[in-house]
Design a binder for this molecule. Sequence first.
Ligand SMILES: *Cc1c(COP(=O)(O)O)cnc(C)c1O
Length: 326
Amino acid sequence: MLPRLELAHLPTPLWHHAELDRVVGCEVWVKRDDMSSGAAAGNKIRKLEYLLADARARRAAVVITCGGIQSNHARATVLLTAELGMASVVFLRVADPSQSVPPVGNVLLDRMAGAEIRLITPEQYRRRNELMAAAADAIAAGGRAAYVIPEGGSNGLGSLGYVAAMREVEAQLDAGAAGGRGFDAVAHACGSGGTLAGVALGLAVTRVAPRAVAFAVCDTRAYFEAAVTPMIAQARALAPELAPPAPFDVRDEWKGPAYGVATDEQKAFIVEVARRTGLVLDPVYTGKALFGLARTPDRPARVLFLHTGGLPGLLAQGGELEVALG
Ligand SMILES: *Cc1c(COP(=O)(O)O)cnc(C)c1O
């Protein structure tokens, strides 16, 4: 058994609202991973249960990771390392590192929890793995062990969090949730691929659904198909009981104008869902994914949608949503 810390509040609820079925146009059950914790909630905490257990086993004093300035992954990592008594260094991508960053949303929480924040340009971000490795070496030279977590917590070890999540859903079905019946597909937002790798592996060893549909919020279908292959191989090397992954589709036609930028139609959809169901989606990930599902002509009849979190990012982007508030 690989070590795993109990950090999340599990199992997260399986939530259904008849009005959401009408908005999306199929039967939608929502796995509320936005409720997996307090401020550390979202999908990253499931990956971090494995990654931070590994960091601890290696006696790391400092955890290093990276992301966009409003990274949910960086925020979850920073809060959980603070909880565990470790320090954190986060490389955050901004257009211009000489400009000051307002303390809102995720970066507010990063600063509250005492992370060392290093702002980097999009160009430097392309070399993020080198930058993080160099930072780890410098910390090691100072006598402390550092542990590097890749973007999004997405590697084979992190993806095991979503294998465990699919087992959790199966146990909920066995206990009678959602009528006890499996789904036609699991749908979710895809940003760095680790969730998809874990879901595809988890579906192969459970009766949750025969396939996954991942809605890219950046990059392309080809990019993610290539990115998840080594994660899946790594996960299977770590957990040899896993079978080859279930089939999955990556849809990249609903990602909007750019990462972190939504269309007015997507913003209107997010507001409509909040008004008709009380469910709050975020404009970077979950809002685009559920919008994509609602616009997919051949969408499955009965879907498990993973609500992967993102609330702090939404709260930092209020100005951009204003057009949809009426
Ligand atoms: C990171 C993130 C995702 C994407 O998960 P990946 O494993 O990086 O593909 C989806 N939704 C939210 C809210 C996230 O923060």
